[in-house]
Design a binder for this molecule. Structure first.
Ligand SMILES: NC(=O)c1ccc[n+]([C@@H]2O[C@H](COP(=O)([O-])OP(=O)(O)OC[C@H]3O[C@@H](n4cnc5c(N)ncnc54)[C@H](OP(=O)(O)O)[C@@H]3O)[C@@H](O)[C@H]2O)c1
Length: 326
């Protein structure tokens, strides 16, 4: 029986808990397909699965996103067909592998113009940007928004897309090099939050008013600065925990800071149905095709070097996206 190589975790912990191993090639069941991967996306959420912040049953594979070619289809699958190029970003967990079985209705078929590397580097981040700036709040020319980690994976896509939609973008980034990247992507103002307090700068930029929306994937370290950057009745979108989760919130703080709105969303709920997944993907693909959003060449690691990829991502050493190549 043929085997596939990939990454498994037997216990939660640091990057070194990921081991490169082999197992029997899985067979697709009812409604499933086997995808032979060409490129695998690395996302911050993978580190939460690895550490146990988002606990998964162990032992487990890791990774939610990849692009490749359909190698086999299970009973009841009419589309996609063997040989089609597809991508997925909602698991099941275990994408860090040469091949993986997924539900046929959780993948999208790729147009010829879209490289597997580009979409593996950006499907999860692109669909996240889509629901953040096109669904949670439909950002447009009247909006001034603050987007944290603007040189990161999600950040690079969102900054470009927001500019295309006509919004005024204030981005944060850590250090001069990352600030230069956010600026080059079109951010109107960039704050180096390693050396500058965010909220006073935002007040200065907005003439004291504050921003309409804050998009905060950094979490614990930026929570208060984010609330303090909002205009009265502004919207706080807390969508990640790169610095650690926000905990112990007294909801009264939303009143004290200006009758604020707060949401803590996840991509799963914005792409839960086939229609919502395809709709978000169509919107994102259109942004890529038109050139409104460009994906910088991702940093490429060999699949067996996933430990290094996680070390770099969590160490704030990366910009843009990371992919693993089988
Ligand atoms: N809710 C959802 O649906 C959803 C979906 C996708 C992603 N996310 C979240 O979005 C965020 C970005 O994800 P991504 O995959 O694109 O990662 P990323 O932005 O490429 O990497 C995280 C960035 O966060 C910044 N950061 C600030 N403090 C940090 C700390 N203490 N440790 C590590 N990084 C820190 C770093 O940028 P600087 O060096 O510039 O500070 C780092 O590069 C993550 O929080 C992720 O969980 C949420």
């Amino acid at each position: 029986m043929a085997q596939v190589a990939g990454i498994k975790i037997a216990e939660f912990g640091g990057p070194e808990k990921m081991s490169f191993t082999r197992w029997e090639t899985p067979t697709p069941g009812e409604g499933e397909i086997l995808v032979r991967h060409e490129a695998i996306g690395v996302n911050f959420i993978d580190t939460y699965h690895r550490t146990g912040l988002y606990a998964v049953p162990l032992p487990s594979g890791i990774g939610l996103e990849a692009a490749g070619t359909v190698e086999a289809v299970g009973p009841g699958v009419s589309s996609p067909a063997v040989g089609d190029r597809v991508a997925y970003c909602s698991g099941p967990i275990g994408a860090y592998a040469e091949a993986h079985v997924i539900k046929a209705d959780r993948c999208v078929t790729l147009p010829d113009w879209l490289a597997s590397e580009t979409i593996a580097a950006s499907m999860l981040k692109g669909l996240t940007s889509q629901y953040l700036i096109r669904q949670i709040h439909r950002c447009g020319p009247d909006d001034t928004v603050l987007f944290h980690a603007g040189a990161g994976g999600v950040g690079q896509i969102a900054v470009q897309w927001l500019k295309h939609l006509g919004s005024t973008v204030i981005a944060t980034a850590g250090g001069a090099e990352k600030c230069a990247i956010a600026r080059a992507l079109g951010a109107d103002h960039v704050i180096d939050y390693r050396s500058e307090k965010v909220a006073p700068r935002v007040r200065e930029i907005t003439g004291g008013k504050g921003v309409r929306v804050v998009y905060d994937g950094v979490g614990k370290d930026t929570w208060l600065e984010s609330l303090d950057s909002l205009q009265t009745r502004g919207l706080m979108v807390s969508f990640g925990n790169a610095s650690g989760p926000v905990t112990g919130v007294d909801v009264g703080i939303l009143a004290a800071k200006g009758s604020l709105f707060l949401t803590r969303p996840t991509l799963v709920h914005y792409t839960a149905t086939r229609e919502s997944l395809q709709g978000a993907a169509d919107d994102y693909f259109a942004a890529l095709k038109s050139g409104a959003v460009k994906i910088a060449d991702p940093t490429v690691y060999a699949l067996k070097d996933a430990v290094q990829a996680h070390t770099d991502l969590q160490g704030r050493k990366t910009t843009g996206s990371l992919i693993l190549k089988p």
